[in-house]
Design a protein around this ligand. Sequence first.
Ligand SMILES: [Fe+2]
Ligand SMILES: [Fe+2]
Length: 389
Amino acid sequence: MTAAGRPWSGAGPEGPGTGDPQAEAGPGVVAGLLGGARPEDVRVVEDQAPRMLTWRYERERPQLVTLTSKAVSAQWNAETDVDWSTPVDPEAMVVAMGDAALPPVYRVAAQLPGSPLAGWGEREFRRLAVELLTARLSQFLHGEQGAMLVAAKLVETVPWIDAKYYAATQAMDEARHTEVFARYLQEKLGQAYPMTPFLEAQITDLLADGRWDIAYLGMQIVIESLALAAFGELRRTVQEPLMASLLRYIMADEARHVAFGILSLAELYGGLSAKELRERQEFLLEATLHSRARATTPEVWERLGIEVADVLPCLREATERTGLSPAAQFRRAFFAKLVPNVAKLGLLDANDGWLRERWAEAGLLDQVEELDTATAWLAEQGTGQRVGQ
Ligand SMILES: [Fe+2]
Ligand SMILES: [Fe+2]
C-alpha cells in the first residue's frame, strides 16, 4: 500500500494538517528524522518520565518470574501460526453476527420521521454493519500500537528487573497484536479508520506522564480491562474462523498483561500515602467516568454519504425510545472486569472508599466479576499462588 493510500494516517485530534512538517509532527522533531515518512504519518509524544537502569539483577518477585516464563513460552508467530489464506466475506460475517454487528437501535433510527436512513434496505444496513465492525477493529489496531509503546516505556521506567523482563515480553505481544489487526483490516475487511481523538488523547497522555505507575495503571488496568471486555464480546459473537482464531491467541496474551499490572502495582500501592492513593483514585475516575471510548466514529457516516449532524440526533432519540444503548451495555461488561482489578490494588476502598462511592453513584458496581484478573490467571495456571504471595 502506498503512503498516500494509508488510511489511518489521520490528521489527529487537531484536524487537518498545516503543511508544515515540524508543526505537524510535533515540537522538537527535525524533518530529516522522519525517515521518509510524511509528517502526517507520525505523531510525536514527548515523554516526561525518567528512565531507570538497575544494578539489582536478583529475581525477587516469584510471580513475575512465573509470568515472564509463561509469556516467553506462549509466544506465537503472526506469520506462520495464523492461516491467512482463510477467505473472509465481510457481509456474511456481519449477517452471522446479527445484533452484535448491527445493534437494533440503528433500525429504530431509520423509522423515525425525517431520518436520513429512511428507505434503507438490507443492503444498506449490511454495509453499515461492515463499516461499524471495521471502525471497531481499527480502534483495536491503534490501541494495540499504543499498548506496544507503553510496554516499551515500562521497560525503561520501572525500577524492578523482574518487571522490565516481563514488560519486554509484552512489547513483543503487543507488536504481534498490532501486526495481525493491521493485516486483517488491510487484506480482509477494507480501509481502516483513523484513531478516535479520545483514544489518541488517552494514550498520548500515558506516554507523556512522568509517573511510571500511571502508565501502568492507565494501560495495564484501565485500557487492558477494556480490551478484555471488548475482545470477549467480539469473541462471543464472531463466527468467522480467522478472526475467531486471532482473538483466541490475543486474549490469552491480554489476560497475562492485566495480571502483570495487578501484581506490580499491588506491591507499589501498598506503600503509598493516602494523598498519593487519592491522586490515583482521581486518575481512575477521570479515565473511566468520562470514557467515550465507544463513541461512534463519525467517519463511518461520511463513508456512507450520510451527514453526521443529521444522523446523530436520530440515533440519540432511538436510544432513548428503546432504552437500548450498545455503549451502556458495553460499559457494564467493562466495569465487571475493571472493578475487581482496582479493588485488588486497594484503590476502590482507600480514603474511606472514595472511589467506590463515586462509581456506585454512577451505578457501575452492580454486576462485577468475582475474581480479579491476576487471581483468575494464577488459578488457571494451577500455581496455587495468590496475589501478594
Ligand atoms: Fe494487545
Ligand atoms: Fe495487552
